[in-house]
Design a protein around this ligand. Structure first.
Ligand code: ARG
Ligand code: GLU
Length: 712
């Protein structure tokens, strides 16, 4: 009896938690989701979303630069993504004279669209399950190394034989922690030009204060255009390239939506960890998130103090600042959410049910009987090392001269080994970018503060002896670092570029005598010896355990549908437009309007100021066809399960028309990467009508709206 009740409970637990939860594979929608999607209100078929026989919605979705999503919205290759996704490009095109961050940018004709080196857009042509071929010859008794080399061999063979066009690529990715493998045929366009962006006062309205928060009033969008060769195929940048003619572009609905309406989001979510054990969740919550939050707090206060004083530094460091701040705030939300939703306890409860089921079956017991204990031990063994890794990863890359040293070091290492790699062009390009966002004073302050913190907080064996020695020779860390910056040659871009014209051996000899280069290599080597090398080994053990635990969950709870954790591959998530109740006596509505934007408006404030023209349009109620009943909708929320990387993803209605642009999640629900809770997890989208209002009415770029297909 007890068993029946407990298995009913599991069934119920999964049934409820699975409504809205999930980042599903587009090629499996028909089998796993179509029925439910239709029940929830979808009017199109799974085949309309993903098909390899005819054009489908997936043909309008691209991975934008590998870190965000964008969608095609005209038959001339116009794509829409977030302002914060296009921000690095917008920043790179900006200067004090042409400050597109502050003033926005609009190409009034195609000739004015701005190329962006390094930016690309990748389409998914088809997806295949290749698990059987990839795992051929793999068995449980293999070591992880043997297993991996077998898998690598199988993948290489598959890649060689799989049919594709010459200008397409093949990508094979592991899913369900290595229990399954899928192959993707992709097509990447590398001439992606900036078409338009609103001023940051619209595109990033509310900045850090409003980030990860609802209610929201941000016009977080920017527009680009994909260019192709004359034959419409991928081509490197050339002024002769032409606008790409897509297989599919999204139609846009101005109808808006009501509470409860079906929505879905398609895009490239980056990373989630929904199937961890309680031990792992506890570690994130109590050790790793708090350490990373503490370090970033320090970094941000230093960067912020310089950026507030100096407009040039503000432009230079804007993108870096925003991305450091973004995860900093998210981790805080995650800690709060995991705590409040009792995530560890919830996992423990699930584990209890899991173990009961495992014990009830001899085969399961022999395969999975000790898996949770083993995970527990592995996590506690790796804990101090992961903490050291957080410190290393959160401090070293914040110091630009260390990044420069690191870039140089990997260049000389590979060039000395293999003379064919001794061409400095790529490394110079990379350094060019690093130097353009480098300011000596800022960097020196960061190095001082971060080295101090590093030495204080982590165990002795991670600290190079020479650093201790040097510190003794100087009065303070501040003096030592000032001394190093006075003596280093890494400070001077020109002399480094001149040096790179010489042979790798000579470059290496000179660099080895540079004090900051030395310090960088010392710290990196010490870290590798005391931590990095061990982590790699222990992590591979954990991966194996996690793969087994994943397999076990799918076996033991075999009447549930499972979706794989996000891994930057194309996914579909669906839900309903819906408000939520963050805490006792508080209820959030699902829509915001420009009235709320005006309520937040603070003239002169760096986060909440607004352009005069926008205010004038609001006061005149001049919303064009984009307003409803004298009000202009701005943002809305729904229960779609999204994560970082889903930024810029289209929000689609029941018919597959574009109604909004995903850009964030709500504060109470940022823990959805680890523990999705349908009660409070919501994604935030900007209403397409606000986007078009800004393009047309505010920016006067109606010609772009004219390119689109609007459905009334
Ligand atoms: N939180 C959103 C995301 O994860 C938006 C970030 C951009 N905005 C900002 N203020 N940094 O990417
Ligand atoms: N802003 C996030 C991004 O850049 C999306 C929000 C989220 O993490 O869900 O992808």
């Amino acid at each position: 009896m007890k068993k029946i009740i407990s298995s009913l409970f599991v069934f119920f637990l999964f049934l409820t938690s699975f409504a809205n939860e999930g980042m599903w594979l587009p090629q499996l929608l028909q089998t796993l989701n179509e029925k439910e999607m239709k029940k929830m209100g979808m009017k199109i078929s799974a085949e309309d979303i993903y098909s390899i026989n005819k054009s489908s919605l997936k043909d309008a979705i691209v991975s934008f630069g590998g870190f965000c999503t964008a969608e095609v919205i005209s038959d001339q290759g116009l794509i829409l993504t977030n302002h914060h996704c296009g921000f690095d490009a917008i920043q790179n095109q900006s200067s004090l004279e042409k400050n597109y961050i502050q003033n926005g940018f609009w190409a009034m004709e195609k000739g004015q669209e701005l190329p962006n080196a390094g930016l690309f857009a990748t389409f998914i042509i088809r997806i295949e399950d290749v698990s059987v071929k990839v795992l051929e010859g793999v068995n449980r008794s293999m070591t992880e190394k043997e297993r991996q080399s077998m898998i690598d061999k199988n993948m290489a063979a598959l890649k060689k034989d799989f049919p594709k066009e010459n200008d397409q690529d093949i990508l094979i990715r592991s899913f369900f922690d290595g229990n399954k493998y899928f192959l993707f045929v992709t097509e990447t366009y590398r001439d992606v030009r900036l078409v338009g962006a609103p001023p940051a006062s619209i595109g990033n309205f509310g900045k850090d204060t409003d980030n990860w928060m609802w209610p929201r009033h941000t016009g977080d969008f920017s527009m680009f255009r994909i260019y192709a060769g004359k034959n419409n195929r991928p081509a490197a940048y050339s002024p002769d390239n032409v606008p790409y003619k897509p297989k599919r572009s999204l139609s846009i609905s101005l109808k808006g939506m009501k509470e409860g309406d079906f929505t879905m989001v398609m895009g490239f979510p980056g990373r989630t960890n929904e199937y961890l054990s309680a031990a792992a969740v506890k570690q994130i919550l109590t050790i790793n998130d708090p350490a990373k939050i503490k370090i970033r707090h320090e970094v941000l206060s230093i960067l912020g103090s310089y950026m507030r004083k100096d407009e040039k530094i503000k432009i230079q460091y804007a993108a870096k600042y925003a991305s450091i701040e973004n995860a900093y705030k998210k981790w805080q939300g995650e800690v709060l959410g995991l705590t409040k939703s009792n995530a560890v306890k919830r996992k423990l409860d699930q584990e209890k049910i899991f173990m009961e089921k495992v014990k009830s079956d001899k085969v399961w017991d022999s395969l999975y009987g000790t898996i949770l204990e083993e995970l527990q031990t592995a996590y506690s063994d790796i804990e101090p090392l992961l903490l050291a890794r957080d410190y290393y990863n959160e401090t070293m890359p914040r110091i630009e001269l260390f990044n420069i040293a690191g870039t140089l070091s990997s260049y000389v290492k590979s060039a000395m080994k293999d003379n064919s790699k001794a061409n400095p062009t790529t490394v110079i390009q990379k350094l060019q970018e690093l130097y353009s966002e480098y300011n000596r004073e800022v960097d020196q302050s960061l190095m001082t503060a971060l080295l101090e913190m590093y030495m204080k907080d982590i165990s002795e064996e991670n600290i190079p002896p020479r650093l201790n020695e040097m510190l003794r020779e100087h009065k303070s860390m501040k003096d030592l670092v000032a001394h190093l910056y006075n003596r280093t040659g890494l400070n001077s871009k020109d002399s480094i570029f001149t040096l790179l014209q010489y042979s790798p051996d000579l470059v290496n000899d000179i660099l080895k005598r540079d004090p900051i280069y030395q310090l960088y290599t010392d710290i990196a080597n010490t870290y590798a010896k005391s931590t990095g090398d061990f982590i790699a080994e222990m992590q591979s053990d954990i991966n194996k355990l996690q793969r087994t635990y994943m397999e076990a969950q799918m076996t033991v709870f075999n009447n549930n549908r499972f979706y794989p954790d996000a891994n930057s591959t194309l996914r579909v998530t669906y839900g309903n437009v819906k408000g939520y109740k963050p805490r006792d006596a508080v209820q959030y509505d699902f829509y915001t309007y420009m009235d709320g934007l005006m309520e937040k408006h603070k003239p002169g404030d760096y986060e909440f100021d607004l352009p005069k023209k926008l205010i004038d349009l609001y006061e005149a109620k001049d919303f064009g066809p984009y307003g409803v009943n004298g009000k202009q909708p701005v943002c809305f929320i729904a229960s779609n399960h999204t994560t970082g990387g889903n930024s810029g993803s289209p929000a689609l209605d029941a018919k597959g028309n574009l109604i909004g642009l995903n850009f964030d999640r709500v504060w109470e629900g940022t823990m959805s990467d680890i523990n999705y809770d349908p009660e409070i997890c919501r994604n935030i989208m900007v209403d397409i009508r606000y986007v078009l209002f800004v393009v047309d009415k505010f920016a006067g770029a109606k010609h772009l709206v004219d390119e689109m297909n609007l459905v009334k």
